[in-house]
Design a protein around this ligand. Structure first.
Ligand code: OXD
Ligand code: MN
Length: 610
């Protein structure tokens, strides 16, 4: 076919070139551009985006090298009900995923893809998830007609020529196809209108057998930046299952004690439980230090020494802006001081950004995320969308750990699981074995508040391992995979597993624990437990700290009585929890590992005897 190349093809990988040309024939772009990941490319794309009216350049004195985008009101978040795991057999997608037969879905989507890039450029983005060349890293190639996606991928992944070198002439890559699904007629331009397709035409599709991702119709976040949730979690979880490693929705942090001893901790929390804040926290206990390796995703493999090593496959943060402030997360605020892409936050009169919960009043009139004039106390609705984001470079984070790009990864000593649980679940408890820890991961969830989705207040919405929207295969098989990963390991080298709950409330609705920097007090106990120290008692639910085991020096707001409540074992609450876990487990039918049924039965009988 005759395709118009805007720049020279930078690879001899014939399979890759053929794949690009096949898609170009279907999508019919104006031309094909191969991304090199350079700063010049980023700057050029930014200029194109400003010229098309999609981006506003922020005041360079206030927010150097930063842009603001406003998306379409229908394209503001991940679309879970349009996200599919199209495995050949429905059973392999399991009860927690949307499934369509892959042949049928490909047919539907191929119809949509016909001519979808008319009037636009097709960008080819070769990217590495993880330090280029690391044996834990993977290569992907994303085709997209969105320059917004290109610049976000520059920040969130490692893009360009060095990736193609590692790929070589025959290397394998995960094929990621994306379009905003809004072709342009001759002479038409975006003219400031965020391009996307209506909701019923949006598809975020994963083909686990062929390791392909096809995304149509959305330009936003996880729907469009295909390295993140689509590759690094949904497809990578399938690869990890096949190859014997772990691809998890986990932060990774480095914890250093006053004596200079270091431990790395990985933690899974459902969305909106403060994962980024925990990854970047500033300890309130003297001498302790937290540094960040990653805030969202961890890929882990055993090293030759039998330890589990983790890398952060990403190179940036795609953080939620509202609620981020100098008190909740100063490190995230500093990370987004420059070189940042903001989406759906508000614009100030002096060319800076503002959002709800930024920690100060709106400075004068704003332009809200919908593009309208907005005044605090006068205008209706929020100035920033609740899911407004900043895309910031990990390298700009003041607390980024020096090891964050180590191709070998960092050795993990502890896993944390947690969710929003106003009642029942104590501040922290530790599993008594690996399988017990897997049980803890499998029951992660957050309590629904009265206002949410007509669900009964106090009901727990389970989000096992915080992977509910991100596991690319049957979750029952995923639980078994976790059990297998533990059983083949040197038990003495396995990470210890903990369940934390920063969100306990009193009966009258007051927070019992201050959270944020004070979570370092719990991290300290976890650190000690990993060293075989840290005072604990064994209870029916696992090891719990003794009343004096959590360092409360300088923390007047938490009284002895509060601490007692935070560390109390609520036998009746846990008995109700058993009923709710049984209901949750029933979904997995025969795929539920026997080891988890045994853990559940064991817990029930220990509670009955207590
Ligand atoms: C995210 C999420 O955006 O988990 O990271 O939803
Ligand atoms: Mn996430």
């Amino acid at each position: 076919m005759s395709v118009k190349y805007i720049n020279a093809i930078p690879t001899k990988n014939a399979k890759l070139v053929q794949w690009v040309e096949e898609w170009a024939a279907i999508c019919q772009p104006e031309g094909i551009y191969w991304c090199d990941g350079s700063k010049a490319e980023y700057d050029k794309m930014s200029d194109v985006l400003v010229a098309s009216g999609l981006a506003t350049r922020l005041n360079d004195k206030k927010r150097p090298n930063s842009l603001l985008f406003r998306s379409d009101a229908s394209d503001v978040a991940r679309v879970e009900n349009r996200t599919y795991i199209a495995s050949e057999k429905q059973e392999d997608a399991g009860p927690t995923n949307n499934w369509i037969d892959p042949k049928e879905l490909k047919k539907t989507m191929l119809d949509l893809y016909q001519g979808c890039m008319k009037g636009r450029t097709m960008y080819v983005i070769p990217f590495s998830m993880g330090p280029v060349g690391s044996n834990i890293a993977k290569i992907g190639v994303e085709l997209t007609d969105s320059a917004y996606v290109v610049i976000n991928m520059h920040t969130m992944t490692r893009v360009g020529s060095k990736v193609l070198e590692v790929l070589g002439d025959n290397g394998e890559y995960v094929a990621c196809m994306h379009t905003v699904g809004k072709p342009l007629a001759a002479g038409e331009s975006d003219n400031g209108v965020w391009p996307c397709a209506p909701i019923e035409k949006k598809y975020i599709a994963h083909f686990p057998e062929t390791k392909e991702i096809w995304s149509f119709g959305s330009g936003y976040g996880g729907n469009a930046l295909l390295g993140k949730k689509c590759l690094a979690l949904r497809i990578a979880s399938v690869q990890a299952h096949e190859e014997g490693w772990l691809a998890e929705h986990m932060l990774i942090l480095k914890l250093t004690s006053p004596e200079g001893k270091v431990k790395f901790v990985a933690g899974a929390f459902p969305s909106a439980c403060g994962k980024t804040n925990l990854a970047m926290l500033i300890p309130t206990i003297p001498g302790w230090k937290v540094e960040t390796i990653g805030d969202d995703i961890a890929w882990m493999k055993y090293g030759k020494d039998g330890q589990l090593y983790a890398i952060n496959p990403e190179a940036g943060f795609f953080g939620v802006a509202p609620g981020t402030s100098m008190s909740s997360n100063p490190n995230a605020m500093h990370s987004s001081e420059k070189d940042t892409i903001f989406t759906n936050v508000a614009l100030t009169e002096d060319g800076d950004v503002w959002w709800e919960g930024i920690g100060y009043k709106a400075p004068g009139k704003l332009i809200d995320w919908k593009g309208n004039v907005w005044e605090e106390g006068k205008s209706e609705g929020a100035a920033a969308h609740a899911n407004a984001r900043f895309t910031a470079k990990a390298g700009n984070c003041p607390c980024i750990a020096p090891e964050w790009q180590d191709p070998a990864g960092v050795p993990i000593s502890a896993f944390l699981f947690g969710g929003r649980r106003p009642s029942t679940v104590p501040l922290v408890h530790q599993s008594t074995s690996w399988n017990h820890g897997v049980f803890m991961g499998s029951i992660v969830g957050s309590e629904v508040t009265a206002a949410a989705l007509d669900l009964k207040a106090g009901t727990v919405r389970r989000d096992p391992f915080a992977m509910l929207p991100f596991c690319g295969y049957n979750m029952g098989d995923y639980f078994q995979h976790w059990i297998n990963v533990g059983s083949k390991a040197d038990q003495s080298k396995l990470p210890k597993i903990f369940f934390v709950n920063w969100f306990r409330k009193t009966a009258d609705g007051k927070w019992l624990w201050p959270g944020f920097g004070d979570n370092s007090r719990v991290l300290k106990w976890i650190f000690e437990r990993c060293d075989g120290a840290g005072k604990a008692i064994e209870t029916p639910i696992g090891f719990m700290p003794t009343a004096d085991a959590i360092d409360r020096s300088g923390l007047e707001s938490v009284t002895d009585a509060d601490m007692k409540e935070l560390l109390s074992l609520d036998i009746e609450g846990w008995k109700n929890e058993i009923a709710s876990i049984k209901e949750h487990y029933a979904k997995f039918g025969t795929k539920l590992p026997k080891a988890l049924t045994e853990e559940l039965n064991g817990l029930e009988s220990r509670l009955n005897k207590a």
